[in-house]
Design a protein around this ligand. Structure first.
Ligand code: APR
Length: 230
């Protein structure tokens, strides 16, 4: 029984990290064009560095919540479970989750200009603008900006296509190509969505929508799966 989990900002909301598109979300406070595009980086790299430094400080201060912990229990029972996340935080890893694919980068890492995926870890919250990658190029946050390629997308599609159970947690399914992962779920797979809001589920049949916050809905679903499948 292969379980694949696909997460978005909603799983980290109760850890105190804001989502992007809910009211009061991050994209109401900042313009994507100012901090999260390749052009923004070229125009004002210091602003991008400052923005991600502040976000990194929040991420390091946050703690994983009951939803992340429930996924650890799920993986203890079903070790082949894989997690695909759009999140740049490290709360999955800090909760003990394994096999995590980050589609949109990782805020605890920096990359150079020559390779999309040759990253280095950053110690603490602060990137100093001007520091260089071992390959000599200028370091930037390891974030997939809007308009850039998503390096691990094909890997994620392969993983999604192996699912017997596919669990979606806390994503509006508004950002592509990430949202199109849903098209790679096999017909036979059972699909659960845990989200208190209304992600765009039009076009997807046979989805069980658990309209709960992640910290409530995910532990409940995990308990149910562990009881019914083991
Ligand atoms: N538990 C579960 N889901 C929640 C919770 C919660 N406590 N609170 C909010 N949500 C849901 C919202 O209902 C919404 O469906 O989380 C979702 C958040 O959606 P977005 O803010 O659009 O976040 P996400 O889908 O992860 O965004 C995708 O957009 O800008 C980017 O790169 C960024 O990876 C991000 C991508």
């Amino acid at each position: 029984m292969k379980i694949v989990v696909f997460t978005g900002a909603g799983i980290s909301a109760e850890s105190g990290l804001g989502t992007f598109r809910d009211s009061d979300g991050l994209w109401e406070k900042y313009r994507i064009e100012d901090v999260c595009t390749h052009e923004a980086w070229l125009r004002n790299p210091q602003l991008c560095v400052d923005f991600y430094n502040a976000l990194r400080r929040d991420v390091l201060a946050a703690q994983p919540n009951a939803a992340h912990a429930a996924l650890t229990r799920l993986q203890q029972c079903f070790p082949t479970t894989e997690i695909i996340t759009q999140n740049i935080d490290n709360l999955h890893e800090r909760a003990g989750n394994k096999n995590v694919i980050h589609l949109h980068g990782e805020i605890t890492k920096l990359r150079g200009q020559k390779s999309e995926t040759d990253t280095i870890d950053i110690k603490g919250w602060e990137q100093h603008y001007g520091d260089r990658h071992p390959d000599g190029s200028l370091l930037r946050p390891y974030i997939v900006f809007f308009g850039e390629g998503v390096p691990y997308f094909s890997k994620a599609c392969e993983v999604a296509s192996t699912a017997d159970i596919f669990i979606v947690i806390g994503t509006s399914l508004a950002v592509y190509p990430a949202a199109s992962l849903m098209n790679y779920i096999p017909q036979h797979a059972k699909v659960y969505v845990v989200d208190p809001g209304s992600p765009d589920l039009s076009g997807y049949d046979n989805v069980v929508h658990i309209k709960e916050k992640a910290s409530v809905g995910v532990p409940q679903l995990v308990d149910k799966l562990i009881t019914s499948l083991s």
